[in-house]
Design a binder for this molecule. Structure first.
Ligand code: NAP
Length: 286
């Protein structure tokens, strides 16, 4: 058994899905949930996602073998401050935040250095939905989870968190927090910025109702992630601003090059760009 007592702080889409998956795998005896809103914790208990709950983080982590911080990245520092003196001596703590450099900084601000029992992590899985009602046990099946241990991270703690994700069906890899943030800025954070920007651009137009009326599959596909939780994505973008800004600049330049091709009627240039892009995406999907 990976954890007798598992504590999930933030029983939403990710925390709820992990709780469901670990329970389905029979890898813990008791799951205690924690959050600010008692009604949603009651819902989580009714749905069988958690066995018990507390709105007090220090109470929730007492005696827990593994503590998972599944709150927005902007809240990790304050949650750590609340649980700091209440953790069991043997407890392993991990998080699921979508940016890792900022989490490492938040942990350092509370502990002065990353404690050996803290294993930063990020499941590369999710949906545009939020809340425990949207959670499901299969969310992490065949999906990647990146752990970003630091030099002093305890090998046993890393192994325990690896097993936690593996029992949820995920493939676990490790990399540095900096490398994680560069990779995820490109594959996740930039696409979210673009989706939010496009929808907002069209939303500001006088004829936006008509435009949205005629929007079809392509628009839906491209903008699905603009339905994601704004608070969560504000936190992620701010937390990974440096890596993201570099990519926004690159993207802006790429768009300018396409605009020049349009202005100059450069059919060959457009075709070449579109062909290269299609080949790359077909390869990725394949
Ligand atoms: P979610 O469904 O909104 O769940 C977040 C949970 O955190 C809620 O249950 C909320 O409950 C709790 N919470 C929020 N602020 C809190 C605070 N200040 N203190 C304590 N609890 C707090 O969000 P999610 O999609 O699961 O995202 C959670 C984390 O997973 C984020 O760090 C995100 O970066 C990461 N992540 C998300 C995805 C994705 O696609 N959604 C993918 C990978 C990783 P209360 O309101 O009751 O407090």
């Amino acid at each position: 058994m990976i954890a007798k007592r598992l504590c999930i702080i933030g029983v939403g889409l990710i925390g709820g899905s992990l709780a469901r998956a670990v329970r389905a795998a029979g890898e813990c005896e008791h799951i205690i949930g924690c959050g600010r809103n008692e009604a949603s914790l009651q819902t989580a208990q009714k749905l069988g996602v958690i066995d018990s709950y507390s709105t007090d983080a220090a109470t929730a982590v007492a005696d827990a073998d593994v503590v998972v911080l599944a709150v927005p990245v902007g809240a990790i520092g304050s949650v750590l401050t609340q649980i700091r003196d209440a953790l069991a001596e043997h407890a392993v703590v991990t998080d699921v935040g979508s940016s890792k450099g900022s989490v490492v900084d938040a942990v350092k601000a509370v502990y002065s250095d990353i404690p050996v029992f803290f294993v930063p992590g990020h499941p590369i899985a999710g949906t545009e939905q939020s809340g425990v009602e949207a959670s499901f046990a299969e969310l992490f099946q065949q999906r990647r989870v990146i752990l970003t241990p630091v030099a002093q991270t305890d090998v046993g703690a890393l192994e325990q968190v690896t097993q936690l994700w593996q029992c949820a069906g995920a493939q676990v890899s490790t990399m540095s927090p900096e490398h994680h943030d560069a990779v995820l800025a490109a594959t996740s954070h930039l696409p979210h910025m673009l989706a939010f920007a496009l929808v907002e651009l069209l939303n500001q137009r006088d004829d936006s109702d008509e435009i949205f009326d005629y929007a079809a599959g392509g628009f839906r596909d491209f903008t699905r992630i603009a339905s994601s939780d704004p608070v969560m994505w504000r936190d992620i973008c701010l937390a990974n601003a440096d890596a993201l800004l570099e990519l926004v600049d690159d993207y802006t330049q790429g768009l300018s090059r396409l605009a020049d091709m349009l202005r100059n009627g450069d059919a060959d240039g457009l075709l070449k760009t579109f062909e290269q892009s299609k080949q790359a995406r077909d390869r990725f999907i394949g």
